[in-house]
Design a protein around this ligand. Structure first.
Ligand SMILES: NC(=O)c1ccc[n+]([C@@H]2O[C@H](COP(=O)([O-])OP(=O)(O)OC[C@H]3O[C@@H](n4cnc5c(N)ncnc54)[C@H](O)[C@@H]3O)[C@@H](O)[C@H]2O)c1
Length: 340
């Protein structure tokens, strides 16, 4: 890849997230060209193409990955399709930014890890974009600079306004809570050793086994703890917050800077409706860092495939805990030298 030439990127999956990545790459990231798109739904593909202009449309995702005119790939298709596309990128030695989760099972994530190690190159970047959110980054910096002393506790809140269907606790853990698990690991700088998860059904209209509000407790190395609320039917809006409590203080994310409105005897400010609004700065920063790292031949500063694998290992223990009602240990695999 030459810094003087734009990096040509193909995007697989042009729904909400893939279209946002396409538009951000085209309008807000330098040194890159959105060159190819694929979606299983022709209507969604053409909607995204209309926003990109001058882009090749593929009717087969493998052909997009295999096209020599595509230098790097973004995967934003449904969770259970990620592994197939990531493995094809690895086979061809193409860098890939894969939306979370890396896979939907630990076994599949292990296949991806083996394939990446065999390829001999760190080709996979994972879309845990909170690592690029300015508010989360400020908490990270406050902790790393020693301002709050040794971090002891991560407190996370993750609320979605609503879910389109009755969703099991297992799906919420795999699809949504991975972000929170990664944030706890990253901000505390420790490894998760044990988990304890309880869930409730917030309303009778949901099916019997729905657990849309989860309380996740983590015990980490270094004597650290984490307590995370994931509530996907909170009704009022989308909200994510994080606080690190340390020996000498605490650091917490502030909400994005909306105007504070004083009116009719009340002070108020808006709450984002969903993640695309709340995390737009993070998505752009993540893409900029990815493109810059590829152009410079440097390592991506965000999450790796190993982070994605660990998130799934922890998620699997959370699912066991939700089923058993008991704390569950998390395996502690040695980090391969490839990922240190
Ligand atoms: N990082 C984040 O903040 C974040 C936020 C939302 C979603 N995501 C992840 O991004 C991915 C996409 O989520 P979304 O919200 O855009 O979903 P979406 O349903 O809006 O879009 C998914 C798209 O994939 C297409 N598709 C279906 N099967 C496909 C296949 N086999 N191959 C290629 N495309 C296929 C669909 O037609 C659809 O257009 C998911 O993995 C999700 O977990 C990440």
């Amino acid at each position: 890849m030459s810094p003087s030439q734009p990096l040509t990127v193909g995007i697989i999956g042009t729904g909400g997230m893939g279209t946002r990545h396409a538009v951000n790459l085209r309008r807000l990231v330098g040194g890159v060209q959105v060159a190819g798109l694929y979606d299983a739904d022709a209507g969604r593909l053409h909607q995204a193409a209309a926003l990109c202009g001058g882009v090749t449309l593929y009717d087969d995702p493998q052909r997009l990955v295999q096209d020599p005119g595509i230098q790097a790939v973004v995967i934003a298709s449904p969770d259970d399709t990620h592994v197939e596309y990531v493995l094809e990128c690895l086979r061809l030695g193409k860098p890939v930014l894969c939306e979370k989760p890396l896979a939907t099972s630990v076994a599949d994530a292990e296949r991806v890890i083996s394939a990446e190690i065999s390829s001999g190159k760190r080709l996979i970047s994972l879309g845990f974009m909170r690592r690029f959110d300015p508010q989360h980054a400020a908490v990270y910096q406050a902790a790393r600079s020693g301002q709050i002393g040794r971090p002891l506790l991560y407190k996370g809140v993750h609320r979605n306004a609503s879910i389109p269907y009755d969703v099991s606790g297992e799906v919420i853990l795999t699809n949504s809570a991975g972000h929170d698990i990664d944030a706890a690991r990253w901000l505390l700088g420790q490894q998760v050793q044990e988990v304890y998860v309880r869930g409730v059904r917030s309303r009778a209209a949901f099916s019997e086994n729905t657990r849309d509000l989860l309380l996740i407790q983590l015990a980490l190395s270094g004597g650290c703890l984490a307590a995370i609320e994931v509530f996907v039917a909170a009704q009022y809006g989308y909200e994510v917050s994080a606080e690190l409590v340390g020996e000498q203080g605490s650091a917490a994310t502030l909400q994005p800077d909306f105007a504070l409105l004083r009116r009719a005897g009340q002070r108020s400010h808006p709450i984002p409706g969903e993640w695309l609004e709340r995390f737009q700065q993070a998505y752009v920063a993540e893409l900029c860092a990815w493109v810059t790292s590829l152009q410079a031949g440097e390592r991506f500063p965000g999450a790796s495939a190993w982070d994605g694998y660990l998130a799934l290992l922890i998620t699997a223990a959370c699912i066991r805990s939700l089923r058993s009602g008991l704390p569950e240990a998390v395996g502690q695999p040695d980090t391969p030298a490839f990922y240190t």
